[in-house]
Ligand binder design. Structure first.
Ligand SMILES: Cc1cc2nc3c(=O)[nH]c(=O)nc-3n(C[C@H](O)[C@H](O)[C@H](O)COP(=O)(O)O)c2cc1C
Length: 181
């Protein structure tokens, strides 16, 4: 891969890492799109750089989990307003519920455990404050969604000329190419 494309790819991975580590990062709050069509904002929780895998946490009773169990294809969409960059990470999601992956993530305490302890499933009718009754510690409802990335689509808007690159996961890393924005 040419040097400029390698630099773009490294920048993408650094940006995603910042999303996991920094609350103020634009990469912390992607939209997760699933076959519905359906999209919603989530928090980026974990990253493994190579092979690229991104994780988010959710309630196993949400619509997205049912959608992903029917069709595991998904995309995480990131938009950085300051740099006018869009990054789309597409791949397949594995739902981890009640297993070691979920247990380990549950223990990391970066999330509010009470969010998962609602008696009634997310989306159920509720009173105006939205709180609802609690039941158990929430682990039974907690799930980790791991997206194994198959492609990246990077777009940089700029007055000097927009640039767009695509990367596909290959045996030995990534294949990248420039495409028309
Ligand atoms: C800033 C923000 C962060 C959110 N983070 C998450 C998250 O990490 N996981 C999650 O399941 N829902 C998160 N949500 C709620 C989702 O956007 C969505 O409303 C909920 O998960 C139900 O989606 P579904 O019915 O399509 O599955 C977040 C919402 C906002 C506004």
């Amino acid at each position: 891969m040419e040097q400029a494309l390698t630099a773009v790819l490294e920048q993408c991975l650094d940006d995603l890492e910042a999303g996991v580590l920094e609350r103020g990062s634009a990469y912390r709050w992607p939209a997760l799109a699933t076959a519905g069509p359906a999209a919603r904002v989530v928090v980026l929780r974990e990253l493994r750089r190579a092979p690229l895998r991104l994780s988010v946490y959710t309630d196993v009773r949400t619509a997205k989990v049912e959608q992903l169990r029917t069709d595991p294809r998904a995309e995480l969409l990131f938009f950085d307003r300051d740099s006018l960059r869009q990054l789309r990470v597409a791949g397949r999601v594995t739902v981890h519920h009640g297993d070691d992956v979920a247990r380990q993530a549950w223990g990391d305490r970066s999330h509010l455990q009470e969010d998962y302890a609602r008696l009634f499933p997310p989306g159920s009718p509720s009173d105006a404050d939205g709180a609802g009754a609690l039941s158990g510690d929430g682990f039974d409802n907690f799930a980790v969604l791991r997206l194994d990335a198959e492609s990246l689509d990077w777009l940089q808007l700029s007055r000097e000329g927009h640039r767009r690159a695509r990367f596909h996961a290959a045996e030995a890393g990534w294949d990248g190419s420039w495409v028309v924005p």
